[in-house]
Design a protein around this ligand. Sequence first.
Ligand code: ASP
Length: 581
Amino acid sequence: MYRTNTCGELRIAHLNREVILAGWVHKARKFGGMIFVDLRDRYGITQLVFNQETDSQLCEKAEKLGREWVIQVKGVVAERSNKNPNIPTGDIEITVSELQTLNPSETPPFTIETDTDGGDDLRMKYRYLDLRRKAVYSNLELRHQMAFAARSYLNQQQFLEVETPVMVGSTPEGARDFIVPSRMNPGEFYALPQSPQLFKQLLMVSGLDRYFQIVKCFRDEDLRADRQPEFTQIDCEMSFVEQEDILNLFEGLIRHLFKTIKGTDIPEMPRMTYAEAMKLYGSDKPDTRFTMPFTELKTLTGGKNFGVFDNAEYVGAICAEGCAAYTRKQMDELTDFVKRPQIGAGGLVYVRYEADGGVKSSVDKFYTPDDLKRWLEQAGGRPGDLLLILCGAAGKTRKQLGELRLEMGSRLGLRDKDRFSCLWMLDFPLLEFDEETNRYYAMHHPFTSPKREDVPLLDADPAAVRANAYDMVINGAEVGGGSIRIHDSDLQRKMFTLLGFTEAQAQAQFGFLMNAFKYGAPPHGGIAFGLDRLVSVFAGLDSIRDCIAFPKNNSGRDVMIDAPASVSSEQLEELRLMVRE
Ligand code: ASP
């Protein structure tokens, strides 16, 4: 038997019990005639003590132990004279009588502590050592608990977990595909799925009624902190449902996760339309832990010969509570923030509502104090507040103001990681027009159904058609999204035409789906949650990387196994990707 207990288990109640423990040497120190070793495993740390007086040979052996050696000890649980209230096992220690080295270790390249001395690159290269740190593996524990709770909820709701293929065909919509050459079909390629979208819809045609899968998806996109080339979805689909049914059932899933993981009851989720969100927050995933909505000032700012505002399509403001006393330096920081290339504003206009009721502004050459007060009033400002104003083309400026709003939220400490604000985002536009390629793209995906009442607009004004699509947003992160699908092959064909597919192209790419729809496709819809993102929101992490066991770095590389890597010319020849000279 390797062990009778784990390193996180023993308490004062186990006093005098003989135990066997196994684990890693976390730390060892000599103190007078004693050697203390912190023995660590996933469950915790237990202090071992070796006494020179009672067994000098054993002590000699213990003295040789190095960090991260794997050892096994036999001993008796004793009460510690010097208790450690910071760890659950801090009242006891093991008086060791036998010690066996199971495997020595080289000195690790960084310390296995919460505050490690290893930089990002080093920790990624030795990820298996990084994962020994509690701060890292506890994210994996959380991830496991969340996946487990999601499975249990969906199982209770009659969902069947069905596996769909990982080697599929490439589709032109959405992101870029990762492709896999087929040796047996020279010159032909599989693609890795961006999501199991078509398969789950086909499962509805098959009558499975309720499907889910915790599934890897692959997208060859440029990476950011919240993106990985492979990521995991909790992917779901249901038959005979309307939007309302889906919102209720999956609000229930998230409620179940909050209850089981955090022990909290979340309030009913508010719903916001896309149009409203863009107007108030300049974002379809607003962080609603704080309000600070936009105020439109275009009508109040006109006609005073301030060309910058007069010529702008949009003039919008946010009111930062209690910030009137911002220093020159703080104002400069904010101006630099909005002028950064990633944000791209031309400049920042401010109005200070001084505590004594006076106003000061960067544009008071053009506007009277009464003018400025009217703006402040419109924005609900009170003495002591600061109005921050951006102007320009409506869409772009709203986005910039949205970024500034988040920045102010952070500066004012309004984005507490332990507070959660969830909402449903509804009524997305069905289509987006892309100037560059001069065509419409599906905002969600081409299988999303338009709102019934907007179908007549499909020919006359496609841009005005709203989709039966919804996103769930928590703390400013889109954690899930889905839609009611088209289940009628004529409407689906029409959608492909709108998206610029010829009949032949649509047939070649999606013929199997339109064909399937001819054989009794039920009305259906679904949703997919990003598991990585959901876990990182629950854990309050800045990057999804921290809740993935073996993530890729910013260039899509796994630096531990060194992938991607070149392959031999024999392999390439076999795949007909290289022809012998
Ligand atoms: N397949 C979609 C996605 O990956 C989700 C859905 O519509 O269910 O975003």
